[in-house]
Design a protein around this ligand. Structure first.
Ligand code: PEP
Length: 257
């Protein structure tokens, strides 16, 4: 059985004090959460990582960053290394988010380097893949997913793959209010799992967690996560408020599969 994982991607929102308030609010809401049935991860901006880590200290809530560079250190102005993320208290890092691919030149090749560097330093990569609207409408969804998965996972062993989480995020559903239907979501998640079975083996494909991301809200989490291959959610907009994110997490923790 795969344990669900819900991660909040706070994107470029929240000052340090606002991030501390949000983390404290969630900590209060999750005081009685059954962490045996769900993993929860908060991904604030870099500047708030250390302070949010302090708030989350001695809780079961995980901390993640939204990007990483693949070198440990060096003359790479503006970048941040896996060593520095660990030093700030992170256990997770989002890699290859569509906003990075769309606005900052992220490619499958750079995603692959970032995954390897993160694994080397014991960070759990949350690897984002997903098609845009034009790719979906031209029936290229599976081809794009295959390119993202194969390119991103180049030379990554089965053992290492199991230390990662995949996030299927159709670009047309991110921040648009348009959610993929549960059936559309299940179809792509199953495609990814079948592909991983071919690339690796049955056990690895059956064990890896695949989250869905794209306008997840308290109103749609149950129907999405009830699908057999959907193991959680990567949540953007709705992770910025205590009420909506806690409602998503609490409902997800109660779904028995
Ligand atoms: C995201 O940022 O990964 C995301 C899925 O955003 P939203 O939930 O706002 O669509």
């Amino acid at each position: 059985m795969r344990k669900s994982i819900i991660a909040g991607n706070w994107k470029m929102y929240k000052t340090i004090n606002e991030a501390i308030d949000l983390a404290n609010g969630l900590k209060r809401e999750f005081f009685k959460l059954d962490f045996a049935s769900v993993d929860v991860v908060l991904c604030p901006v870099f500047t708030a990582l250390s302070e949010v880590a302090e708030v989350l200290n001695e809780t079961d809530i995980g901390l993640g960053a939204q990007d990483v560079y693949w070198q440990d250190e060096g003359a790479f102005t503006g970048e941040i290394s896996p060593v520095m993320l660990k030093d700030s208290g992170c256990q997770y890092v989002i890699i290859g988010h569509s906003e990075r691919r769309q606005f900052f030149g992220e490619t499958n090749e750079t995603v692959n380097k970032k995954i390897k560097a993160s694994l080397k330093h014991g960070l759990t990569p949350i690897i984002c893949v997903g098609e845009n609207l034009q790719e979906r409408e031209s029936n290229n969804t599976f081809k794009v997913i295959q390119d993202h998965i194969k390119g991103s996972l180049q030379d990554i062993s089965a053992d290492d793959l199991l230390k990662t989480v995949i996030a299927y995020e159709p670009v047309w559903a991110i921040g648009t209010g348009k959610t993929a239907t549960p059936d559309q979501t299940q179809e792509v998640h199953k495609y990814i799992r079948d592909l991983l079975r071919k690339m690796y083996n049955q056990e690895t494909a059956d064990s890896i967690r695949i989250q869905y991301g794209g306008s997840v809200k308290p109103e749609n989490i149950i129907e999405l996560i009830s699908k057999s291959d959907v193991d959680g959610a990567l949540v953007g907009g709705a992770s910025l408020k205590v009420e909506s994110f806690s409602a998503i997490v609490i409902q997800a923790s109660e779904v028995k599969k």
